[in-house]
Design a protein around this ligand. Structure first.
Ligand SMILES: Nc1ncnc2c1ncn2[C@@H]1O[C@H](COP(=O)(O)OP(=O)(O)O)[C@@H](O)[C@H]1O
Ligand SMILES: [Mg+2]
Length: 231
């Protein structure tokens, strides 16, 4: 579904991503892991169109995305939940969701009910300001907003960061449910190992801008964890 090939990215002349190859098959949930500062967010931004790679390709269902602006990529089926969630605090939950709708236009109407079914708390809180929601509620809002664009692939950057355990479980269950419905693949950047083990089908590990390990999630053993993930 999504294929990154030989992706190089630099900031201010220093190379941050070095030949990243990564594949998210249809119907799967792939975890991209790694310590702070290794290039996970930069990888996602290259997919979404927020940084411009020096070299390499980003293909979604066979279509080359390189050169496309973020809004065009969203229309092609990239749904993005950024690190820190980026909720508009002074807009209501409903207005925050509508910003997702704008990207997709009129066709999105049928999606609203479905998405609110996945996150019932949002339905209850539609008139509230985004800023008064808890971190976990804001994360649900950010995921719901991305789903309203009817993506082929949902990309999430550390959705469990700073969120209480019961909401982490709910988000994990929801991601698995979305994947099992069969229309959306998921690429998840995470540092929370147990979450990846619980929801992931396969993993990639990044270290200093390169992929250093990959495989089915069952192959994510203690040696790999010690070498590349523990601080
Ligand atoms: N806008 C930027 N300008 C310059 N350097 C950046 C920028 N964003 C990130 N970096 C650097 O690139 C590296 C990778 O960052 P990032 O992709 O955010 O890592 P991660 O998400 O794995 O923590 C880090 O060394 C970071 O300091
Ligand atoms: Mg990051």
């Amino acid at each position: 579904m999504l294929t990154l090939s030989n992706l190089n990215v630099s900031y201010d002349g220093s190379l941050i991503l070095r030949g990243v190859n990564l594949n998210v098959p249809a119907h799967s949930l792939v975890c991209l892991m790694g310590r702070n500062g290794v290039g996970k967010t930069t990888t996602l931004k290259s997919i979404v169109g927020l940084v411009r790679p020096d070299a390499g390709s980003v293909k979604l269902a066979g279509t080359e995305l390189a050169g496309m602006k973020p809004d065009a990529r969203a229309r092609h089926g990239i749904g993005y939940v950024p690190q820190g969630r980026d909720i508009f605090p002074h807009l209501t939950v409903w207005e925050n969701l509508k910003i997702g709708l704008v990207v997709h236009g009129a066709k999105a109407n049928g999606q609203v009910d479905r998405v609110l079914e996945l996150f019932p708390i949002l339905k209850e809180f539609l008139p509230r300001k985004g800023g008064v929601l808890s971190g976990g509620q804001q994360q649900q809002l950010a995921i719901a907003r991305a789903l309203l664009t009817d993506p082929k692939i949902l990309i999430l950057d550390e959705p469990t960061e700073g969120i209480q355990p019961n909401i982490i479980d709910l988000i994990g269950d929801t991601l698995v449910k979305i994947k099992k419905e069969g229309k959306i693949s998921i690429l998840l950047v995470e540092q929370y190992l147990d979450f990846c083990l619980a929801v992931g089908d396969s993993f990639y590990i990044m270290d200093r801008g390169a992929i250093v390990a990959e495989g089915p999630i069952a192959h994510l053993n203690d040696d790999i964890v010690k070498k590349h993930l523990t601080v």
